[in-house]
Ligand binder design. Structure first.
Ligand code: 2OX
Length: 455
């Protein structure tokens, strides 16, 4: 666990390849990223065709890693490209599903560790161009999502199991030369993606943990620099970055590299962080690419909605992963979940989008979020009390004028108890559901003028 704190009085270590800037970005592009709050992840590649099965055997590990788990020779795995016909792929249908779920942005695997590219890259033949499908999958995806008003981000794996110059470790001079060529190849692909798909808002890099990367010095620094030259608004997650001393995400001086902390994979922080952050989540336990047999616990809609609420209440973003099938369709379980989440977001989304941490102390009923522009406060009630009474501690002097459930048309009665506490009588409105109350404060009172007690 990296703690983003500078030790007072500690000298900076001189770094050539550390953080390229310090502190949170304040520009509109980054503010849009924050306001979006809820995103969709798509894992799609040749692994989607296998769905966790190879030669009749089921592999329980993450389906997008099957080439590695099942030790499939590259020459065999490559042949999957000839099965990539995508009879069911309709980018507009994917975009509609995402839109109905209520996401404002989406991250798509342009290339996962396997190395297969969903766009017709001119730097390799291992692409969608050389499949029965043949068309530019990525272009169709970007256009469809754009048309729905969803911001598009690109997942890009630095690890590339297919490229002859990729090295997990660099052991000798010839590895070193190969890795230099690989670096040029990677930079060229990033530039190609940014040039050919200028709508892309940012990159979600992965696969930077191998010893070759950790010892590479300038590799990831140069990628970040190149991206910013091409588009100063581009948003880059911290997972790309490694400094010359091998520090990842945060440089050796504990400064976040990139624009937001990208280490929250299948977990959420417990406490507020000093930096922007995003959590990515799977629906089953650890499956990103399509796996025909989801084993173990599969999350339900309320469980996910609670995570979206928690992320927002802690000033973070939440991204839910989908693993479409090899034929290009989206499995029924994912469609159903997307609909359930979307139904909730349509009623309650105003407590998520454009919202962040409220400066009010949370109670056991759930999560506060605040829209600081509108000066509105939301209570996202995930744990309805048996008493039916929700207690709200407010900062000294703060007056709540009105408490309006987002799924009803009449305000709830507010009782001011002694001191700085309100009691809201909240009959359960929808059985077992998560509901939201919108609080209006007395004119002049602020949703952000209170310093929450240290947690
Ligand atoms: C592997 C070794 C150490 C730390 C993380 C991983 N890791 C990362 N394993 N899989 C991943 C990929 N990141 C997710 C977003 C998926 O793409 C998954 O394949």
């Amino acid at each position: 666990m990296v703690i983003n704190l500078k030790v007072w009085g500690q000298e900076d270590i001189p770094l050539k390849y550390g953080a390229q800037r310090v502190g949170k970005r304040t520009d509109p592009a980054m503010q849009q990223w924050r306001d979006n709050r809820f995103g969709q992840f798509i894992h799609f590649g040749l692994y989607s065709i296998l769905g966790g099965y190879y030669n009749g055997k089921c592999y329980d590990g993450a389906a997008e890693w099957i080439q590695s788990f099942a030790r499939i020779p590259g020459s065999e795995y490559e042949k999957l490209a000839q099965q990539m016909a995508l009879p069911e792929y309709d980018a507009r249908e994917w975009a509609r599903i995402a839109k109905n779920m209520g996401v404002k942005y989406a991250v798509i695997t342009t290339k996962h560790h396997e190395g297969f590219c969903l766009w017709p890259s001119k730097y390799t033949d291992y692409t969608i161009a050389n499949t029965p499908y043949g068309r530019d999958f990525l272009k169709e995806y970007v256009e469809a999502y754009q048309a729905e008003g969803i911001d598009v981000y690109f997942y890009f794996s630095i690890i590339d199991w297919h490229h002859k110059d990729w090295r997990s470790t660099v052991k000798n001079e010839s590895d070193s030369l190969a890795f230099e060529r690989f670096k040029e190849f990677t930079l060229a692909q990033v530039e190609e993606l940014m040039t050919d798909y200028p709508a892309v808002k940012g990159f979600w890099y992965d696969g930077t943990w191998d010893p070759s990367m950790v010892k590479s010095g300038s590799f990831t620094y140069d990628i970040e620099k190149k991206m910013r030259e091409l588009n100063p608004d581009i948003i880059c997650g911290s997972r790309l970055r490694v400094d010359e001393r091998g520090a990842r995400h945060f440089d050796s001086n504990k400064r976040l590299m990139g624009d937001y902390e990208q280490g929250w994979e299948r977990s959420l922080p417990e406490k507020p962080l000093a930096n922007d952050w995003e959590a990515v989540m799977t629906i089953p336990e650890n499956q990103w690419g399509y796996h025909a047999d989801w084993k173990g616990h599969v999350k339900n809609a309320d469980e996910i909605i609670e995570m979206i609420a928690r992320a927002t209440s802690l000033d973070g973003n939440f991204v839910l992963n989908f693993g479409p099938k090899g034929d290009g369709s989206i499995r029924k379980e994912e469609q159903k979940l997307a609909e359930e989440i979307g139904k909730w977001m349509k009623v309650n989304g105003e407590a998520i989008y454009g919202c962040g941490m409220a400066s009010f102390k949370e109670q056991k009923w759930g999560y506060f979020t605040a829209n600081k522009k509108e000066n509105t406060l939301y209570m996202i009630v995930t744990h309805h009390p048996a008493s039916g009474l929700l207690k709200v501690n407010v900062p000294q002097g703060t007056v709540i004028d009105r408490c309006m459930p987002l799924n009803a048309t009449r305000p709830l009665k507010l009782q001011k108890s002694t001191k700085n506490e309100y009691v809201i009588e909240a009959p359960r409105i929808e059985k077992d559901g998560i509901y939201v109350l919108k609080l209006t404060l007395k004119k002049g009172d602020s949703v952000g003028n209170y310093v929450a007690p240290k947690m």
